[in-house]
Design a protein around this ligand. Structure first.
Ligand SMILES: O=P(O)(O)OC[C@H]1O[C@](O)(CO)[C@@H](O)[C@@H]1O
Length: 622
């Protein structure tokens, strides 16, 4: 059995100090400070953003003419003259020849003055990005470097150790994938691995899910399934769908921290399923995680088939080009080197400091304009291609977990963010486009267009001169025009084809746009402190549930059994203030036959008397 323990365990821990990090914060002396929560004052053709805070000295007079503390952004009506609009289209059209990628921002109404006014902020953002790529501590709260750009261009790593880590991991991923596909690494039952069951959540699932949907061939060497939740029925479904092929399934458990509860639960459930049919999980398990995490240690001690590293300096939501995204992709026969090449080319294009030549900066400019730099409008992402269906879901985490922040880098409460949702065109035309065209005006659209309809030689005309793909094209163009004519702004990203290269480029484009936009609005894009609150609260609920169980158990062991009211349970738990949560815990247990409602019903909480079906004496005296 191939062992990759060398890759995962021999690396010394990299301390930020090893790479002479610079603090991005120190760069920000020349950044403007931003309005915390601008009050919007709309006039006929002018929208004034009145800051509750100071604006920087370098805001051009045009913007700050209303006086200190006031940012005035002119919003003219959208250009409707066809000739002027065509000129705008031509003037602003961005093309990346080698990638076959275009970006059209002509249907976003920013003015030349606005671009000029934003110029100093963009230059500061470009400098911050340059420092980040050199190894600065770009995630100051967590004291971490942010290195996902090095994954596709390892020579940009701040030191040779990191470079080697990246290169070795890529080599190991390719070798392992070749050996699995070629049958050298095989399941204990013999034959070949036929399936992947990926267990992970958030950034440890969304990238692999998006890429599988976008790029996996119709008959991949290994078919992939995902467990990305702690929903037992969902987990059972995935395992049931595998059926006897569980014996030829490679289970890849992905977790940067190695301690995410949903992923741990998924792993325990899968291990149970293996035990039940007499399979040895360790012989089919692969871990992708940080060195010495709980998951890493479990995999090492239990002797799993392989372990691959997840680096401290790669965030979950930007991990698609690490082993997290590359291993599942390679096992599905996707050309991961092409994905990396596409991302690298896009990164290179995004290093220019000329806004109009920098596609990520153009995106950030449009986001800022459309949402007033405070997330006042939502971003609707509409790929007109079924295989890109999950792009909007992938972007939802990338953008919202990165930009949705309560405080800016100076500690001001800003409640920033940019809401992302979407599905696909033209399907959504028959769902919510009605509201986009005519209803509440709280969004801008990003169309994702793919020029190639089908592989060459497969197209046919379903009516004279018109193919199925022409309809899709027509729907996209029609929707774009119809929205614009009603003053709904949109931008369009066009790629020639959905290939590993273009998908890599799309991922890199949005990763950089998020980074630049975060600089523009002065927030840390690389941490997620808000997620902790929900996790902590979930832990408290489960702790309360254990107390409830102990109380009910004690009452249920009495002779005769003593059914308790909710008030009695709450009192015996010493948690009268948690009575509502206690009710919910009991209702959930009752729905799952783990508690018995002796009197009353869950619809009338005050009427309930409850006990446990079984008395656990051992627990009582534990
Ligand atoms: O890879 P992990 O550590 O299991 O985390 C999964 C996800 O959970 C989060 O930390 C937020 O809950 C995401 O940022 C991350 O992608």
């Amino acid at each position: 059995m191939a062992s990759f323990s060398g890759i995962c365990s021999s690396s010394p821990t990299i301390k930020p100090g090893n790479s002479t990090p610079r603090f991005i914060n120190s760069l920000r002396t020349d950044l403007v400070s931003f309005p915390a929560r601008p009050k919007l004052i709309a006039t006929d053709r002018v929208l004034n953003l009145v800051s509750t805070q100071s604006v920087a000295r370098d805001i051009p007079t045009e913007l700050s003419r209303a006086g200190d503390g006031v940012l005035v952004k002119e919003k003219k009506g959208l250009e409707k003259d066809p000739h002027a609009l065509w000129q705008r289209y031509v003037d602003w059209l961005y093309q990346h020849k080698e990638l076959g990628l275009f970006l059209d921002v002509s249907r976003v109404g920013f003015t030349d003055e606005f671009v000029d006014q934003m110029e100093p902020r963009f230059q500061a953002a470009f400098r911050a990005m340059e420092e980040l790529e050199k190894g600065a501590i770009a995630n100051p709260d967590e004291g971490r470097m942010v290195g996902h750009y090095w994954l596709r261009d390892p020579k940009r790593s701040p030191n040779s150790f990191l470079r080697l880590q990246i290169e070795n991991t890529l080599e190991a991923v390719c070798k392992f994938a070749d050996e699995v596909i070629g049958g050298k690494v095989k399941p204990p039952s013999g034959g070949r691995f036929t399936h992947i069951l990926s267990v992970g959540i958030g950034g440890s699932a969304l990238g692999p899910q998006f890429v599988a949907e976008a790029l996996a061939p119709d008959n991949p060497p290994l078919k992939i399934r995902f467990i990305d939740n702690t929903d037992p029925a969902g987990i059972d479904h995935q395992i049931a769908q595998l059926g006897p092929e569980l014996a030829t399934t490679l289970v890849i458990v992905i977790s940067k921290s190695g301690g995410t509860p949903e992923t741990r639960n998924g792993l325990l459930e899968v291990q149970k399923a293996f035990r039940e049919v007499g399979l040895n999980f360790a012989k089919q398990g692969v871990a992708i995680t940080q060195e010495n995490s709980l998951l890493d240690n479990t995999a090492r001690i239990e002797g799993w088939v392989a372990r691959f590293p997840m680096f401290d300096w790669v965030g979950g939501r930007t991990s698609e080009m690490s082993a997290v995204g590359l291993l599942p992709a390679a096992l599905q026969g996707i050309d991961i080197k092409e994905m990396l090449a596409g991302a690298s080319l896009m990164d290179e294009a995004n290093r220019t400091t000329v806004i109009r030549n920098n596609p990520a900066a153009l995106l950030a400019l449009c986001w800022y304009w459309a949402s007033d730099g405070v997330g006042s409008k939502d971003m609707v992402v509409l790929p007109y291609k079924d295989s890109l269906l999950l792009f909007s879901r992938y972007l939802q985490q990338l953008v919202m977990e990165s930009l949705g922040k309560e405080f800016d880098l100076d500690g001001n409460r800003v409640n920033q963010g940019l809401t992302v949702y979407g599905n696909k065109g033209s399907t959504d035309q028959h769902a919510y486009i009605q509201q986009l065209r005519e209803g509440v005006h709280n969004f801008f659209v990003t169309f994702i267009e793919v020029l190639r309809d089908r592989p060459p030689g497969h197209d046919w005309e379903l009516e004279p001169g018109v193919t199925c793909g022409d309809y899709l094209f027509g729907m996209l163009q029609g929707t774009r025009s119809a929205l614009y004519s009603n003053d709904r702004e949109s931008l369009t990203v066009t790629v020639q084809e959905v290939t590993p290269r273009s998908v890599g480029a799309l991922v890199a484009l949005y990763e950089r746009a998020v980074g630049i936009y975060a600089s523009l609005v002065n927030i840390n894009a690389y941490h997620q402190p808000g997620v902790e609150a929900g996790k902590k609260a979930a832990g408290e609920v489960l702790a309360l549930q254990k107390r409830v169980l102990a109380v009910l158990n004690e009452a249920s062991c009495k002779q005769p059994v003593e059914p308790l009211t909710l008030e009695e349970v709450a009192e015996r738990c010493h948690a009268p203030e948690d009575i509502e949560m206690i009710y919910k815990v009991i209702a959930h247990m009752a729905a799952n036959d783990r508690a018995i409602i002796a009197e009353g019903s869950c619809g009338s909480p005050r009427s309930i008397k409850v006990f446990l079906g079984e008395c656990n004496i051992d627990e009582l005296y534990a």
